[in-house]
Unconditional design. Structure first.
Length: 419
């Protein structure tokens, strides 16, 4: 089979287009695939202005090139002087669109699909090095597909929503990320973390066939601004304080107890030296070295050890199977923490007492998890997702880049998208 016929089939050009010649440019190490239309084009062509099938050939536009997938490890390009048609009904003249053209000028659909596959797995700059293209060009590809796919996305079945903040860069620069907890996908990312972000989310729901009144459950942290935003824009929604944020607050309290104890007691300072990660992790995730360290510390009269035991007991409360059982466990936990903090006159357990107060104030929102069976497991994985997104978008401080990467990686979009 001659090369022209082979590439005619590979490119799936059918009867309307044909490969007329293959050229190899030795100096540039490049393969040129020259394509032209056939007479079969015009009977099938509809005018893009009036949809009439009365188009005739007019002339040809200047020759253009499209980067295609490599051929035998050589860069390849499709070369074509696209025909221009004249509609006999509306008399308008237009350039026929190439069926192989991607969303970005100068790239084929197949090349874009391969580039997007690489960008999903690695930083955009690295993908550009592999493909021999600039990272800015690949970002244009990603933006084009993400914008189109996200714009046409339907949120009509969204009823359970979660929201969390993402640190965009050093300092107080945040994105609020809204997720569909049932479909486990990112819906929207907007700058800021105040109550106004909820107004923007409510507006976007309407743009995607959803409605604020359809939202029945919202999982958030204990931010007063978030609570205000939900109350003002999602009146039908029950607020749920998800497990990840509740436990993380208690983890911070344990760490604060450790720091207070190190400052207050010389003997404790020596025992707790280089043990900070031990108290931040669950026992099942300890390294061998951390397990050995725990064996050395578990019998010491450390207040930090008591605070750590309190934290683990709080986590066990989440194993409850009913609302009543969960309420009893959380209330019992709070009474225990308060009693121990009161009995310890040194005040070292004050951070844990404050954590217990926090749980008591937000108990109804914590218990809402059991009332509706809402799972917030997807929320717990958002931090690792945010970190991965930052790595892929590294080098770019603009919020648009991180937002596009979030939708691309976790929005469950149909990509590549040519709808």
């Amino acid at each position: 089979m001659i090369p022209e016929k082979m590439f005619q089939q590979i490119l799936s050009l059918g009867e309307v287009w044909r490969v007329v010649r293959m050229d190899y440019q030795e100096k540039e190490s490049k393969v040129l695939i020259r394509v032209a239309e056939t007479p079969a084009l015009w009977p099938q062509e509809s005018c893009p202005h009036c949809a009439a099938k009365t188009v005739r050939g007019y002339d040809h536009a200047p020759e253009r090139r499209w980067r295609h997938l490599n051929v035998c490890q050589l860069q390849s390009e499709i070369v074509c002087a696209l025909p221009r048609g004249e509609c006999q009904s509306c008399r308008k003249i237009y350039t026929v669109r190439a069926p192989w053209e991607g969303r970005s000028r100068g790239l084929t659909q197949e090349f874009e699909a391969f580039a997007l596959t690489l960008m999903r797995e690695m930083p955009v700059k690295k993908a550009g090095e592999i493909l021999g293209e600039t990272d800015q060009k690949l970002w244009r590809v990603l933006f084009a597909h993400v914008d189109a796919a996200w714009r046409d996305l339907s949120w009509e079945n969204v009823i359970w929503v979660g929201a969390d903040e993402m640190n965009r860069k050093k300092g107080h620069n945040y994105l609020t990320v809204f997720v569909d907890l049932q479909a486990k996908r990112v819906l929207l990312a907007v700058e800021g973390k105040d109550a106004s972000v909820w107004e923007r989310f409510a507006a976007e729901l309407g743009n995607h066939n959803g409605h604020p009144r359809a939202i029945t459950m919202v999982a958030i942290d204990m931010s007063p601004a978030y609570q205000k935003g939900v109350r003002e824009n999602f009146g039908n929604a029950q607020i749920v304080f998800d497990k990840f944020h509740v436990v993380s607050q208690v983890v911070k309290a344990v760490d604060e107890v450790r720091r207070k104890e190190v400052r207050a007691d010389a003997a404790a300072r020596e025992q707790l030296e280089r043990s900070s990660w031990l108290w931040r992790k669950n026992p099942e995730t300890w390294t061998a070295g951390e397990e050995n360290r725990w064996a050395q510390l578990k019998d010491k009269p450390l207040v930090t050890g008591l605070a750590y035991a309190m934290r683990l007991e709080l986590q066990r409360a989440y194993a409850a199977t009913t609302v009543a059982q969960a309420r009893n466990r959380f209330e019992s936990w709070g009474r225990w923490v308060q009693a121990e903090a009161k009995a310890l006159t040194s005040g070292l357990l004050e951070p844990m007492r404050k954590a217990a107060d926090m749980v008591e104030r937000h108990l109804e929102g914590i218990l809402a998890h059991w009332q509706q069976g809402l799972t917030t497991a997807f929320m717990e994985g958002l931090n690792s997702l945010f970190s991965a997104t930052k790595r892929k978008a590294r080098g770019y401080r603009s919020v648009e880049y991180q937002t596009a990467m979030l939708y691309f990686v976790a929005g469950k979009l149909e990509i590549p998208y040519y709808g």
